[in-house]
Write a protein that binds this ligand. Structure first.
Ligand SMILES: [Cu+2]
Length: 177
């Protein structure tokens, strides 16, 4: 199963590089007379098992001295299912991207807990995927299986003064529905 998953991820990556224009994926078994469905951007296929992962692009940035953030290009939500995450470090220091599912769906409580915490952050949420530590200018791509809920994108690498980057701004809310 994981073999076919990685094949799907590869195909999607190739498609992502090939064209950001039209969704030219053929719909086998359907009549060519595709009627646009009401919901936005769904590829309206009856063959749901062949729907590939969606994509999430995240950039680590350092907008000012000692300020750190994640830029998702305005994307704040995704549909549940497999997602291919492309994480690019546009900052100067090494950063990581952790995808954490927030318990009880309460991002504000999670944020407060992270800001207040010292030591290990692992107990504050349920990590579903993460990149390795990524050097500046580098990119890491990884897959994640997302179930509906509230998520946090965080970087728990140590920053300065005993704090991690998430406590200095590298923490972004994200919704999966
Ligand atoms: Cu970071």
């Amino acid at each position: 199963m994981s073999k076919s998953m990685s094949k799907v991820a590869f195909v999607v990556a190739v498609l992502a590089f090939a064209a950001c224009s039209a969704d030219s994926k053929p719909a086998p078994g359907t009549s060519g007379n595709a009627v646009p469905s009401a919901s936005s951007s769904s590829s309206s296929s009856s063959d749901s098992s062949s729907v590939g992962p969606s994509a999430l692009n995240v950039m680590a940035t350092e907008p000012a001295a000692n300020a750190f953030t994640f830029d998702t290009g305005g994307v704040e939500s995704l549909a549940a299912g497999p997602v291919l995450v492309t994480f690019t470090n546009g900052g100067t220091m090494a950063h990581e991207l952790r995808v954490v599912r927030v318990r009880d769906g309460n991002f504000s409580a999670y944020r407060a807990a992270v800001l207040a915490a010292t030591g290990s952050f692992d107990a504050l949420g349920d990590e579903v995927a993460k990149s390795p530590s990524v050097d500046r200018g580098k990119t890491s791509t990884f897959g994640a299986e997302l179930t509906p809920g509230a998520y946090a994108l965080v970087c728990f690498l140590p920053a300065a003064d005993g704090k991690v980057f998430a406590q200095l701004g590298m923490m972004r809310e994200f919704t999966v529905s």
